[in-house]
Write a protein that binds this ligand. Structure first.
Ligand SMILES: [Zn+2]
Ligand SMILES: [Zn+2]
Length: 482
């Protein structure tokens, strides 16, 4: 980390290096760099860091040994690129397959129901097209992190050297079709992460070019990203806490429950959170912060239910214990004091079933490996997804956030005229530039408990063992510091 001393090149040297950097970006570019605005008069000097060495976990090929810790040499940055010294990064569960090179898990867990017709777990399709090529490239995984800006390309306006930033899993350009219509959770830069979009940001000792997955590459001492992915956060919060609240999972959980992007969680509402990993546990906290009256946390793992109760849940249910009665149990807990229709009472009966949680967050998803902690009722994540829909009250909102495997079957009448509003919650529907500073304010004011969720904290060298805790679900979340 410390073997590089930034030099102050002469004006002539800067121009020369700037040209070289620009050339590198163009030759390594695809759609993302191609979509970049034409260079304008630089507002600050060209940012060039040459020869900087750093450590990063590089993934390529297949099998459990596909990710190794390497010493890398940084390439010059240019255009809208931002160089960030990593402080902390969350080890996201969705990344486990590519980091640890684990084979896919098939079929339901012991005691679970047989897969419903059309939802049978199937082997993951072999990597094809872009994914196959990505597998062969030397990639630094990790799609988020927090750190300090070390250098910016000449076109960057959003951040300055020395700023603390969240490198957001969801970009926010502010100018694409989706951002302009108020849906930055769907920012179209999100789709510019294929093999042709990535730009080599470093080299291995043997000269192999290294790329940052998702334009982020959090599993390294530095991240090279683009302006669209960084959100400045002006806080003195400890790195681990900031890494937790700025993680993709916390952003999605808090986004689902406190942002204006999805259904509005009104104070006094009853809330069910299905799945209490770091995303669900952040949703529990968001529901508490939004003033929910009842927060029902549902998870098969005892430690996670206990954590949910600690951070704000009023009830905790084990889906393995409740079985087929889980939905009925949630309706029972949320039915209100009586069914006097003339006095605001709630009727649990009828075709459309009035009772249930006013607001449901689903955060389960498919297993990437068989858990060593308690297993859930369905490793594909389909059953809890359907239950989440069914436990929602007529007129309520459901935000889904997971990565399940298969297809879902829903009661059609409930779906067509049941008054439930479904929000497909990529990043919980949040708008990164608007919402992430708000989430950091929740941390700084003590409303969001990051320490309770970051149950494993490791330095970069111990990334692998921490990721194994994540994939086997023996920890709630792991944060890697660099
Ligand atoms: Zn993630
Ligand atoms: Zn956009």
């Amino acid at each position: 980390m410390n073997d590089h001393t930034p030099t102050k090149p002469s004006r002539r040297g800067l121009l020369k290096l700037g040209l070289a950097a620009g050339g590198a970006a163009v030759t390594g570019s695809g759609a993302l760099a191609g979509a970049a605005p034409q260079p304008q008069a630089p507002t600050r000097s060209a940012a060039v860091v040459t020869g900087r060495r750093f450590k990063g976990w590089v993934s390529r090929g297949s099998g459990p040994a596909r990710t190794t810790l390497e010493e890398l040499t940084l390439r010059p940055i240019a255009g809208r690129q931002v160089l960030v010294r990593t402080e902390a990064t969350n080890l996201c569960y969705s990344n486990t397959g590519v980091v640890l090179g684990l084979p896919p898990v098939l079929g339901p867990g012991p005691g679970g129901p047989p897969p419903a017709a059309g939802t049978a777990a199937r082997p993951a399709a072999p990597p094809a097209g872009g994914f196959g090529r990505l597998n062969a490239m030397a990639l630094i995984q990790g799609h988020g992190g927090v750190g300090v800006v070390e250098a910016v390309g000449p076109e960057v306006r959003r951040v300055q050297v020395g700023d603390r930033v969240c490198v957001s899993g969801t970009p926010h350009c502010g100018a694409c079709y989706q951002c302009l219509r108020g849906r930055s959770d769907m920012c179209q830069f999100l789709g510019r992460q294929g093999p042709d979009d990535l730009v080599a940001m470093a080299d291995m000792r043997d000269g192999t070019p290294v790329y940052a997955n998702s334009h982020i590459g959090g599993l390294a001492e530095v991240m090279v990203t683009f302006e669209e992915w960084v959100v400045p956060v002006f806080t003195k919060a400890p790195a681990v806490d900031l890494g937790m609240v700025c993680s993709c999972v916390a952003v999605a959980g808090l986004g689902a429950t406190t942002s204006q992007g999805t259904g509005i969680l009104r104070p006094g509402s009853s809330v069910a959170v299905v799945g209490c990993g770091p995303l669900g546990l952040s949703a529990v906290q968001g529901a508490r912060i939004s003033g929910a009256s009842a927060i029902i946390a549902i998870d098969p793992i005892r430690a996670r239910r206990e954590l949910a109760l600690k951070v704000g849940a009023t009830h905790a249910l084990d889906p393995n214990v409740e079985g087929d009665a889980l939905v009925a149990k949630v309706r029972e807990l949320t039915k209100g004091p009586n069914d006097r229709l003339w006095a605001g009472g709630r009727d649990a009966g009828g075709l459309l079933g009035g009772a249930g949680a006013d607001f449901v967050v689903e955060a389960v998803g498919a297993d990437a490996a068989a858990p060593r902690a308690e297993r859930g009722p369905d490793p594909t994540g389909i059953l809890p997804l359907r239950q989440a829909y069914e436990m929602c009250a007529a007129g309520g909102d459901i935000v889904t956030t997971s990565l399940p495997r298969g297809n879902i079957t829903l009661p059609a009448v409930l779906f067509t005229i049941g008054g439930r509003t479904h929000h497909a919650g990529q990043a919980g529907g949040c708008s990164p530039m608007r919402d992430i500073p708000r989430f950091v304010a929740m941390l700084d004011s003590g409303q969001y408990d990051a320490k309770a969720l970051a149950t494993t904290v490791v330095p970069i060298e111990r990334m692998r063992e921490a990721y194994e805790e994540v994939v086997y679900r023996t920890t709630a979340t792991a944060i890697m510091t660099a």
